[in-house]
Design a protein around this ligand. Structure first.
Ligand code: 1HN
Length: 349
């Protein structure tokens, strides 16, 4: 684990060139950059200002192409350190999707798992496996791997949400399958709210056994998450690194809602300043309520509702909330935990 690279002699370079023609390469020239002492990532800390920057471009895109023609009208949040790679961290995709009044984003399914975190608008729907859910800001909605899904907006306002997908993970494994449906909109098979009643009331239908690894609940409404955080904040002290933080779970297993993406929501009390923290899961944050700042290494991001920022793997960061604030976040933590790779470190104040 020699950390310094030395330019090879001409004799060695000639050897490397020759073996290269036979698809061979010397490990000793590459070892130091392959097996680093600590996580090294090309991903950079970055922030997207929703109201001032992203929203105007998103609305411009709304005039350029329909949701149907685009299939999904999404502006990709591409990490500035991962140019051209369609990723916000090395393992995750993020984008902002716009659906205008009267539009439909046609039904399809794919191996990639997706989460939606609702940013703006009221009452457009996502349908998953024949059940629609009306979306409100702050709702966490999932479309698990290989489930049919389509979106539609029967309201009179634009609807915007953040899409988080495991696209780079599926790409790593070369395991992508996708299929369009034979109709734009799925036939509605169950009334709205059915899944939440069956699986989301801290009860499960007797004799029901899960057939997939993702949660049978596909909308986790903000009102419920927010109430839970408010109770935590009333009833106990905040964690020094996280404030009051909850993770979204699959009620059938207690694991993350989807196997490849973990999602979280945290409340930072008014005036709270967290102690430094880092973990190996590069994390995408969305400010939901309140204003504050997050210091990532030597970069400071000031945020307000609907802003999005990313903290790459193993970057020290700390949050400060002016008034009471709520942050949503997602990462590849469940994958790293399953593979025994995940680590965290808590710093001192
Ligand atoms: C996708 O299918 C959706 O279904 C959103 O809403 C974003 C980004 C890349 C690839 C597929 C959707 C996507 C996506």
């Amino acid at each position: 684990m020699n950390d310094t690279a030395i330019a090879p002699s001409t004799e060695r370079q000639a050897f490397y060139d020759k073996i290269g023609e036979h698809s061979l390469a010397p490990l000793w020239e590459r070892l130091h950059s392959m097996v680093t002492r600590q996580p090294v990532t090309p991903a950079l800390p970055a922030k997207w200002d929703y109201d001032a920057v992203v929203r105007p471009f998103l609305m411009q895109a709304g005039g350029l192409i329909t949701a149907k023609e685009a299939e999904r009208r999404v502006l990709i949040l591409e990490n500035p350190g991962l140019h051209g790679q369609t990723s916000i961290t090395h393992s995750l995709f993020a984008g902002l999707q716009l659906i205008m009044p009267g539009e439909v984003a046609p039904a399809h399914r794919h191996s990639q798992s997706a989460l939606r975190f609702i940013i703006e608008g009221h009452g457009a729907y996502t349908a998953v496996e024949g059940e629609r859910t009306m979306m409100e800001p702050g709702d966490f909605v999932i479309t698990p791997s290989w489930t049919w899904h389509d979106h539609g907006n029967d309201t009179d306002q634009p609807m915007v949400w953040l899409d988080g997908l495991d696209i780079p993970i599926v790409r790593l494994f070369d395991a992508s399958f996708a299929e369009p449906a034979n109709a734009d909109s799925q036939t509605v098979m169950r009334p709205e709210g059915d899944s939440l009643a069956r699986y989301g009331a801290n009860m499960l239908p007797v004799d029901w056994h899960p057939t997939i690894k993702s949660s049978p609940v596909f909308n986790y409404p903000y009102s419920r998450s927010r109430d839970a955080l408010a109770a935590l904040a009333r009833n106990g002290d905040p964690d020094s690194c996280h404030g009051h933080k909850l993770r979204y779970v699959n009620p059938a297993s207690g694991e993350s809602a989807m196997p490849t993406i973990g999602a979280f929501m945290q409340l930072l009390p008014a005036g709270f300043g967290s102690t430094p923290y880092r973990s190996t899961d590069g994390t995408v944050f969305v400010a939901v309520e309140g204003e504050g700042e997050t210091v990532v290494g030597d970069t400071t991001f000031h945020w307000k509702p609907r802003d999005i920022f990313v903290v790459p793997s193993w970057h020290w960061h700390r949050h400060r909330a002016n008034g009471e604030a709520v942050l949503f976040s997602f990462s590849d933590r469940p994958v790293q935990e399953k593979l025994a790779l995940w680590r965290e470190e808590r710093g001192r104040a």
